[in-house]
Design a protein around this ligand. Structure first.
Ligand SMILES: *Cc1c(COP(=O)(O)O)cnc(C)c1O
Length: 370
């Protein structure tokens, strides 16, 4: 299986990913640590490959969403610290066993952790947590007015050590919300100084994601948490030219057909040959994570440097492309997206963002690291 050449692949250009990492480094203070976000299957690029690359290239930390993602990274031998953004309440034993770093974001999650530590067969004298503060994103985290109670709770649990305190920006990439971003940073600083009054050892502070790191470098504190920027997408035009494309989605022509004028193509007979057509059937369908909404001419793929529209509805495992007039043969390559612009265009056709395009590519699409 390993040697098999797959038709439909998501190519990951490792060199470009590392180049992006190094571009971020060039924009940050040398002392600033980097957390590589590899949640959601490594933003769809395949978590193990991406995590390995980041580990080999000196990233300090990895971040994932849930316990499953964390345990899987440990099972393939990732040694870096791994932060679990939303640990399941019942998962603290696994967290202890796999040396993962939980985020505590509410009193309920804090109490669950304390219970799990108490019940643990081995006595645990010291356990590190990361505390999430809600400075305005309003997703997870302690609100600033809960900090006094949190500090009391920490005081009562001396076995708990705070490894880091962090927050998340709601609109780091949007200029029209820059005042709000600055307000979040101010609130974060206030929470930090309040916490430092009773926590007398050093802990990491961080608030910036990819676009935050490029747009608000004064707020880099001890670490930045980089996701989408590593994988090829940043908002600011002065940085885009330095950020290289990482992901390419391609497949191969399974069959070419000549369709006589008047015939229909695909399910529901949605495709119509208004003249004689040459169509290419390719093994990529909505179960591969490419929306059905790109059917019926709503997206053009690239082949031989020409562009050809989809024709008919996208099937579960396949779709059809109108390649009339384009010189091509069976087994030729077809690109669904191949650079940042094409991925962004596809996002806008689907009224979404590159994050969703990449993370939707389903696991059966073979990830190929180049
Ligand atoms: C996903 C995530 C990030 C990374 O955001 P990007 O915009 O992809 O850089 C950072 N912090 C947290 C808490 C996240 O969930």
């Amino acid at each position: 299986m390993r040697k098999l050449k797959y038709d439909t692949t998501l190519e990951i250009h490792s060199k470009n990913l590392i180049s992006n990492l190094n571009y971020f480094r060039s924009q940050l203070l040398p002392t600033t640590k980097i957390m590589g976000m590899v949640k959601a299957y490594g933003y769809g690029l395949g978590p193990f490959g991406v995590a390995k690359l980041l580990e080999e290239n000196g990233v300090n930390y990895l971040g994932v969403a849930n316990i499953l993602e964390g345990v899987e990274l440990r099972k393939v031998g990732i040694k870096l610290p791994i932060m679990i953004m939303k640990p399941e309440l019942e998962s603290f034993d696994l967290i202890i066993e796999h040396k993962l770093s939980p985020v505590i974001f509410s009193f309920y999650s804090f109490r669950s952790l304390l219970k799990a530590l108490k019940k643990h067969p081995k006595k645990i004298d010291s356990f590190q947590i990361n505390i999430k503060i809600d400075t305005g994103m309003h997703r997870l985290g302690f609100s600033p007015n809960e900090i006094p109670d949190l500090l009391l709770a920490l005081k009562k649990a001396p076995q708990i050590k705070v490894e880091g305190v962090f927050s998340h920006l709601a609109a780091s990439d949007e200029k029209n919300h820059d005042d709000f971003t600055k307000l979040q940073i101010i609130r974060f600083k206030e929470v930090i100084s309040e916490m430092e009054k009773t926590i007398h050892y050093r802990f990491d502070k961080h608030i910036l994601n990819s676009n935050g790191a490029l747009r608000f470098p004064d707020a880099q504190f001890d670490m930045v948490r980089l996701g989408i920027g590593l994988y090829g997408f940043v908002s600011e035009s002065k940085h885009t030219k330095h950020i290289k494309n990482v992901a390419v989605l391609k497949t191969k022509i399974a069959q070419l057909k000549t369709i006589p004028k008047g015939d229909s193509i695909g399910y529901g007979r949605k495709g119509k040959a208004t003249k004689q057509l040459t169509i290419a059937t390719v093994p990529l369908g909505y179960a591969d994570g490419i929306s059905r909404r790109i059917g019926n001419g709503n997206w053009k793929v690239k082949l031989h440097n020409k562009f050809a529209p989809t024709v008919g509805s996208v099937c579960m495992d396949m779709c059809m492309i109108d390649v009339t007039g384009i010189e091509c043969k069976e087994d030729d390559e077809i690109y669904f997206f191949y650079n940042q612009d094409s991925t962004k265009q596809l996002s806008s056709v689907l009224q979404t963002i590159p994050y969703e395009i990449l993370s939707s590519i389903s696991p059966r699409v073979k990830r190929v690291f180049i």
